[in-house]
Design a protein around this ligand. Structure first.
Ligand SMILES: [Zn+2]
Length: 505
């Protein structure tokens, strides 16, 4: 909706059209004037003026608007807030870093949670940004086998004050390595049906690689079939294979073909490593054959996990073509040796490692493909001092700085689409709320970033991850400024938990 005859006419028309939407003053709650508005859903890239009331965008005008709070965005880019499909940083600290990276919705879809709304444990009443989780199959399986609840990677409220956020040794690893009987698989299918019927999750998270010692083909087929029956998207960390081996991707595609389930392949950069081109080709081929598959990547050459993860049991060095010297122990920053790798894995299996396993040339190919969404894989962030991979702090601003500003390989609109409308489209069949996110149209949720294109940049590094990105001047979540003139607004917690719709079946 645009207005050509001046702000007074515009406000008058809005009073008539939108009176119930914006209260009795006849004024907008917040106005963003003079910004370069980029909204990839409709190709808009022009100076526009946004009127926001009660958490919604209610005017997109060609003329400046008036309101209770008027923000002058001249010289700044105004875009939809970024949607991160893959964040394990489900804490207030984690959200604060992501906010400065422009993320207004961060979702734990790969590992998920069980029950999905247990992510509220750490975030209810303190959420700066919107959040939600998939039904986490790993946690469901663990609960079924051991009776131990571990709702998500950050599984207990007290974890927000502690660094003990591990999953590899709590409870016993056997719950990940146990092969199930048909009867047990049937039980799990029933529990999944109940979880989908509750409707609090966004899809199903199945980290096959972390379960690879225990999960059978029969179990996987059963799990994918029930996801398909409930129209869920399956978010997958696929089996890691030697570089160039497409087996992990092929397995996912075959499961999708067999079951009819829609699938999302997490961090294709870290599964494909330098063999990214054949991975991208295989995905295209599958899409051409009717498989509903989407992919994501983050713009760093190193990966990160816990040293006790299944991927680093057995002969991982031959499998991935790596040595312990390619691995950094994040608590100390030291490169490992065969001995120290073994020692840490035995004594501290939950400790994080950063793995220098890829090249930026391959990462660039992953991010620049028009198929690829941007998602951070942010690691659990429990306090500012804990050293973690920088991707939870800088993925989105690094993508903008690297590919738009420095390399000029993507337009602003192309890069922004990968973090806004494309993830929103992936989720809107699961959760109706996403039909009004990732966009700046009249009626859209007012999740908005306003940033300086000249200074937007990540700052976090492997050595010094405790650095917020720079360049975000204003970030609005549900219409509420949470970054204001570049600073965090204290005491505003407008983030909402995003539940799924109740499924049709
Ligand atoms: Zn993963």
């Amino acid at each position: 909706m645009t207005f050509k005859n001046g702000p007074i006419w515009a406000l008058g028309a809005l009073s008539l059209l939108l009176w119930p939407l914006y209260g009795l003053t006849g004024d907008f709650d917040v106005v963003l004037n003079n910004g370069r508005v980029i909204d990839p859903v409709n190709g808009l890239d022009a100076v526009r003026h946004l009127g926001i009331t009660q958490g919604k965008i209610v005017a997109v005008s060609e003329r400046p608007l008036a309101g209770h709070r008027v923000i002058d965005a001249e010289g700044l880019i105004v875009a939809p807030g970024f949607i991160d499909l893959h964040s394990h940083a489900m804490t207030a600290v984690g959200q604060e870093y992501q906010l400065f990276d422009g993320v207004t919705t961060a979702l734990e879809l790969e590992a998920g949670a069980y029950p999905a709304d247990r992510v509220k444990d750490n975030l209810a009443s303190v959420a700066l940004i919107n959040y939600g989780a998939s039904v986490g199959y790993l946690w469901l399986r663990q609960w079924y086998l051991s009776g131990h609840y571990q709702a998500s990677l950050v599984h207990r409220p007290e974890a927000s004050k502690s660094r003990d956020v591990g999953w590899a040794s709590y409870p016993p690893r056997s719950v990940f390595t146990q092969v199930l009987s048909q009867e047990q698989i049937d039980d799990l299918v029933q529990l999944l049906e109940q979880a989908f019927a509750r409707g609090t999750g966004i899809g199903l998270g199945v980290p096959i690689d972390y379960l690879k010692q225990g999960i059978s083909e029969a179990e996987l087929k059963a799990v994918f079939s029930v996801a398909a029956a409930y129209n869920q998207v399956v978010f997958i960390h696929a089996r890691r294979m030697p570089v160039g081996d497409l087996g992990g991707l092929n397995e996912v595609i075959e499961l999708a073909l067999d079951s009819g389930a829609a699938v999302h392949f997490c961090h294709i950069n870290s599964n494909a490593l330098t063999a990214i081109e054949p991975f991208l080709q295989r995905v295209r081929q599958a899409q051409a054959n009717g498989v509903d598959i989407s992919i994501e990547a983050y713009p760093y050459e190193a990966g990160s996990t816990q040293i006790g993860a299944a991927a680093f049991r057995g002969d991982w060095q031959t499998l991935y073509g790596m040595t312990p010297n390619d691995v950094v122990w994040v608590k100390t920053g030291e490169r490992l040796t065969a001995q120290t790798f073994h020692d840490y894995q035995t004594q501290d299996p939950n400790g994080y490692i950063v793995l220098f396993s890829n090249t930026m040339a391959a990462v660039d190919k992953a991010l620049l493909s028009d198929q690829t969404l941007v998602a951070s894989d942010a690691m659990p962030a429990v306090d500012a001092e804990a050293k973690v991979h920088p991707r939870g702090r800088g993925t989105f601003t690094r993508t903008l700085h690297r590919y738009v500003v420095k390399q000029k390989a993507l337009s602003w609109s192309e890069a922004i689409a990968k973090m806004t409308i494309e993830p929103a489209k992936r989720l809107q069949a699961l959760v109706p709320a996403f039909a009004s996110k990732g966009r700046l149209m009249v009626g859209s949720d007012a999740d908005i970033v306003v940033f300086d294109p000249l200074s937007i940049q990540d700052r976090a590094t492997y050595d010094d991850p405790d650095q917020k990105s720079v360049g975000m001047r204003y970030v609005l979540v549900n219409g509420q400024p949470v970054i204001d003139e570049g600073e965090l607004v204290q005491n505003e917690k407008p983030g909402l938990f995003l539940p799924s719709r109740a499924p049709s079946q």
